[in-house]
Design a protein around this ligand. Structure first.
Ligand code: MG
Length: 269
């Protein structure tokens, strides 16, 4: 087994949800078909409400801390907040624009990092509007769907099960320390994707795609030699994604899946 080398990478056993390699009944059905690697947050999950509430809660928390006079902090409207996030405005800069003094920004950032993966905020995650149709379409065309995410696989499985989506996903590759994931997301994603590819020995990844919504996904796909599909429905703007030169740029996961399947059908014809 090829060991990942990137700093901070903490491999954790992948979770197999359906057609695990070696399950005879399923491997025969899928061995000739293709594999799609896909990020979780962004393509499948709409995380905007969680991120916004984390930001609001973080502001409230630092506002009530300390013994000085109350801070005049005003959370920005969600639309403005999300537009800034997608344009890669730093969290600290967003906090300053919300009225937070520079001297308290670091405390705010620590607060946000601690909170963002807590259960009471994770409950605000929702499936993207096209998630179910996209996953069902892949399944119908016998495409193996492997999720590659900087979340813990159990957290991903819980979400998929809660929303009746687990049957569409073959495997989930994640990390054990979700806090470490904040350090260098690109290097971690590169290592995790390479690791996931190395484990697909019973399946052909020659024509595989990597679908994602951030630079980490696109760079990881490119470094692994895969075709890459960048989605604009997630946490990065179209103009930012364009600078990464993905193979394809789509608004939603469904549009990407339809294009990938269409392309495979044209090639096979
Ligand atoms: Mg993402």
């Amino acid at each position: 087994m090829q060991q990942p080398t990137g700093a901070g990478f903490q491999p954790v056993s992948p979770i197999s949800l359906v057609d695990h390699p070696g399950t005879q009944a399923n491997s025969a059905r899928t061995s000739a078909s293709s594999v799609v690697f896909c990020d979780f947050d962004g393509p499948i999950v709409d995380v905007s409400e969680r991120y916004y509430r984390t930001y609001q809660t973080g502001l409230r928390a630092v506002q009530t801390k300390g013994s000085g006079p109350p801070l005049r902090v005003q959370a920005l409207p969600k639309e403005q907040f999300w537009r800034m996030k997608r344009s890669r405005v730093e969290d600290g800069e967003i906090a300053v624009r919300s009225g937070l003094p520079e001297s308290i920004v670091e405390t705010f950032l620590q607060q946000v990092t601690r909170m963002v993966n807590h259960a009471h905020l994770l409950q605000w995650d929702r499936p993207q509007p096209t998630a179910r149709a996209s996953l069902a379409l892949l399944k119908r065309h016998q495409v193996r769907l492997v999720l590659v995410t900087l979340r813990h696989p159990r957290q991903v499985e819980d979400f998929l099960s809660a929303h009746g989506l687990a049957a569409y996903v073959s495997e989930v590759y994640g990390v054990s320390d979700i806090m470490a994931a904040h350090a260098n997301r690109v290097a971690q994603k590169v290592d995790l994707l390479k690791h996931a590819i190395s484990q697909q020995s019973e399946f052909s990844t020659a024509a595989a795609w990597m679908i994602g919504d951030t630079e980490a996904d696109i760079i990881a796909g490119q470094q692994a030699g895969l075709s890459t599909a960048a989605l604009t429905c997630g946490t990065r703007s179209r103009s930012h994604l364009q600078t990464l030169h993905p193979t394809a740029l789509h608004e939603t996961l469904l549009a990407a899946v339809q294009a990938i399947i269409h392309q495979a059908q044209v090639k096979a014809a």
